[in-house]
Design a protein around this ligand. Structure first.
Ligand SMILES: [Zn+2]
Length: 315
């Protein structure tokens, strides 16, 4: 779609697709938003024109809030129509005609929305943050999907005069949008957050690569990296705990099934094993110990009780 010319009647009809009781023109306040565009943003990413067209469909019906902090729940607005708008006279960094994804949104005219409406009218609330999911981030230099493959190119660096950036393609979902104070996209005033809440492993190699090659890391990315490392450290702690727990079991069972072996030395050598092998060894030993002492495996047997074949566990 490349047109924002809709009659007032048509707009009201579209708005009423989203309401339980039909609204009249007097009930609603409508306004235009710029959601995003095809310019390369501060993260060295840009939407392809095809993505913008797809987002046109995905953002219809999505609600936004005026601000993260101050507004009540009913002070929301909903997008009822999206379109792309191309400015042929304006070129993006990569030489495409500048194209923005525009949205028409409405909010209810009522007492509690007066300030909200006034701030939009006054041009205060212009910057919008959007959340969407894309399945591809194509490297502009080699065409690889940077989400699933790592290539040698670094976003923000130039290769033979060509700026490397990620092209955001194949949008799969659009989430909410909201007005924010600080825009990320240079022109549209947009910050993006892709697939919020989704736990995807962080591409630390990409970040580290960019740091070692002397390019800048954004404060945001650095924070992301710290958070990620913190999370990993916590997981590592838990894994270590589990490993110690398994080793304790193994030491206990070793005392039962091979009392003549130096248990301390044996369990020490277990600490170098990976979790899977350790767990398998524990399970096997538990079974063996259970055969010797079906009721309780807590008591260390006397030497003549131990009839097992130790060879299985000598490593
Ligand atoms: Zn590449």
């Amino acid at each position: 779609m490349n047109s924002n010319i809709l009659s007032a009647e048509k707009e009201l009809e579209l708005i009423n697709n989203h309401t339980r009781t039909p609204l009249t023109a007097d009930d609603v306040y409508t306004f235009t938003l710029t959601l995003c565009d095809n310019e390369i943003d501060r993260d060295f990413e840009c939407f392809s024109l095809k993505s913008l067209e797809k987002l046109c469909e995905l953002f219809v019906g999505k609600t936004g809030i005026a601000d993260h902090s101050m507004l009540a729940k009913d002070q929301t607005a909903r997008i009822f129509y999206c379109y792309t708008e191309t400015d042929p006279a304006k070129k993006t960094t990569k030489g495409e005609a500048y194209t923005a994804l525009k949205a028409r949104a409405y909010t209810l005219r009522n007492e509690s929305n007066n300030d909200f409406i006034a701030s939009i009218d006054g041009g205060i609330k212009k910057e919008v943050s959007i959340g969407c999911a894309v399945s591809r981030v194509t490297c502009s230099i080699c065409g690889k999907n940077m989400k699933t493959h790592s290539c040698e190119h670094i976003r923000g660096k130039s290769y033979k005069g060509k700026l490397c950036h990620g092209i955001l393609e194949e949008p799969t979902d659009a989430y909410e949008w909201s007005f924010v104070a600080v825009p990320a996209q240079r022109n549209a005033g947009v910050t993006k957050s892709f697939a919020p809440g989704k736990e995807t492993p962080m591409d630390t190699s990409e970040i580290i690569k960019s740091m070692t090659q002397d390019s800048l890391i954004t404060e945001e990315k650095a924070q992301e990296l710290y958070d990620y490392i913190e999370k990993l450290e916590e997981l590592a702690k838990q894994a270590q705990c589990y490993k110690e727990h398994l080793t304790k079991d193994i030491s206990r069972f070793a005392g039962i099934i091979m009392p003549q072996v130096n248990t301390k030395q044996f369990t020490k050598s277990c600490m170098d094993m990976d979790l899977d092998s350790l767990k398998k060894l524990r399970d096997d030993m538990q079974k063996q110990a259970g055969e010797i002492f079906p009721v309780s495996s807590q008591i260390k047997p006397s030497a003549n009780h131990a009839k097992s074949n130790n060879k299985d566990f000598i490593i």
